[in-house]
Design a protein around this ligand. Structure first.
Ligand code: AMO
Length: 458
């Protein structure tokens, strides 16, 4: 016996390549069905969105799983069906439908499989009094509510962002790596690390692939990873997840952190262009506009941001002297950058050494600061990055200064003992960049199955 492996491509006319007047067979799920006196409508859901089909009492036929003829009233939402029909021009060009220039005049519908509950979740009626109740309902029933076109569109854009990220980096000499998520030490410090029992030994879930991507630079010079990262966030906020997807980049032979920032700007430009090109339907459906990334991206030191906001009376509080950006500052500096320079992005650099992770390179001109940056987009931090320490002695000295035990990090330090180029990198939170791109207030909506302090299922 042989499997005819040439058959994996769809043969003949499909819904993607059809012309007006063609007969086409298309499989999908029934998103909605409406019976009228003369026939009715079946809205079919495909991977990219909805297709309108029109039923006529005179010409449309219906068959069940055994091939027996049935009535249209047999059809219901979330049935898997195969519909054959003639392609016509759409009477109503509904922007909510993906296939909104065509409709199908149904010749036949075959039921392939049907839901077993009479109370199928109505994707069109996800409306509740308040946003919080709606979100809770959607997350509680995420396995089915994900089928609603709005959520499908969000995750489609997210998927496109992740692919564009990988494509750009691969085309620029970066190697994709896959690093462990069960680790012996947290890379980022702080209290938000998940502890885990590992055959009687305490281990952790990786807060980031930081150590491993740096190790990767010693091997491949330029690396990237797309993988989950874990943070035990104790508060339920609209910007934090306990498991998020980290888009990580690390590159060797840099002259300074500007090389890393320039690469990130070029990468973002590619991501934005790709989403605009490939997800026009999703952007329309979500009423979203692509962000603006000018050629000259605003980049200020943290101390300058505090000053700008204070001098222009743009924040309620005076944040000068603080060692991080307050959320109100993130919003205010982004508004300022947009109003003054037309940019949806702002780099903030030179964070205090004490406030950044130990691997950040201190600024030789002022060692109380680091050569590190955050990138803000439309009011939210989407990236941290910077230049790293690349000499073992500098690591040991900084670790001891911080009261850390260098021996606990022996494999990491061994990397530098064996020689490492000057290097740096950054990480973008996938859910955050998706939310900022689409103007979605809560990052959890940009996670297929969000994990927060109260939720580990579905
Ligand atoms: P940082 O801890 O700032 O840096 O994380 C980088 C980016 O990851 C996203 N992010 C989160 N998204 C959702 N929920 C969370 N709990 C969460 N925590 C972080 C944010 C953030 O900007 N190793 C460094 C990066 C580097 O220097 O290369 C790091 O992890 O978008």
């Amino acid at each position: 016996m042989f499997l005819d492996a040439t058959k994996h491509q769809p043969q003949g006319v499909t819904i993607e390549n059809c012309q007006i007047g063609d007969t086409v067979t298309v499989c999908g799920m029934i998103h909605n069905v409406r019976v009228t006196k003369w026939g009715g409508f079946i809205v079919l859901r495909k991977s990219r969105g909805l297709l309108q089909t029109v039923v006529s009492n005179e010409t449309s036929l219906f068959y069940d799983e055994q091939g027996n003829q049935v009535m249209m009233s047999e059809l219901c939402r979330e049935m898997a069906v195969s519909i054959t029909g003639i392609v016509g021009e759409a009477k109503i060009k509904d922007p909510a439908a993906f296939y909104n220039t065509i409709e199908l005049a149904v010749s036949s519908v075959t039921i392939l499989s049907r839901p077993t509950t009479a109370e199928v979740v109505d994707m069109n009626a996800l409306k509740f009094g308040d946003e919080e109740t709606l979100l809770r309902y959607k997350f509680d029933n995420r396995q089915v509510t994900l089928r609603n076109p709005r959520d499908m569109a969000i995750l489609k854009v997210q998927s496109t962002i992740a692919r564009a990220f990988g494509d750009f980096l691969a085309a620029n000499g970066f190697t994709q790596i896959f690093t462990p998520k069960i680790v012996s030490e947290g890379a980022e410090g702080g209290a938000n690390v998940f502890k885990m029992d590992y055959f009687g030994k305490q281990v952790y879930l990786a807060q980031s692939p930081q150590f491993y991507k740096q190790i990767g630079v010693g091997v491949y010079e330029r690396v990237f990873e797309i993988a989950p990262a874990y943070r035990a966030e104790k508060h339920n906020t609209s910007r934090h997840l306990n498991e998020y997807i980290s888009l990580d980049v690390e590159m060797g032979f840099i002259k300074g952190q500007e090389d890393v920032m320039t690469l990130e700007a070029a990468l973002l430009r590619h991501i934005i262009a790709t989403v605009e090109k490939e997800c026009a339907h999703e952007l329309t459906l979500l009423n979203a506009t692509a962000p603006v990334l000018p050629e000259q991206v605003p980049a200020w030191k943290l101390s300058e941001v505090h000053e700008i906001l204070f001098e222009n009376h743009l924040c309620e509080a005076d944040h000068r002297g603080e060692d991080d950006l307050a959320p109100e500052e993130e919003r205010a500096i982004c508004k300022y950058a947009y109003d003054k320079y037309g940019s949806d992005f702002v780099f903030v650099t030179h964070f205090p050494s004490e406030h950044r992770a130990f691997y950040a390179m201190d600024d030789p001109e002022d060692p109380s600061l680091t050569l590190s940056f955050d990138l803000l987009m439309r009011g939210l931090e989407i990236t941290s990055g910077g230049q790293r320490i690349h000499k073992e002695a500098d690591y040991r000295e900084k670790m001891l200064r911080r009261g850390m035990n260098p021996d606990a990090f022996h494999f990491y330090l061994d990397t530098f003992k064996n020689g490492m180029p000057p290097h740096g990198g950054f990480a973008i939170g996938l859910e955050r960049i998706t939310a900022c791109f689409l103007g979605i207030a809560n990052v959890k909506e940009c996670s297929m199955f969000p994990r927060d302090i109260n939720r580990v299922a579905p």
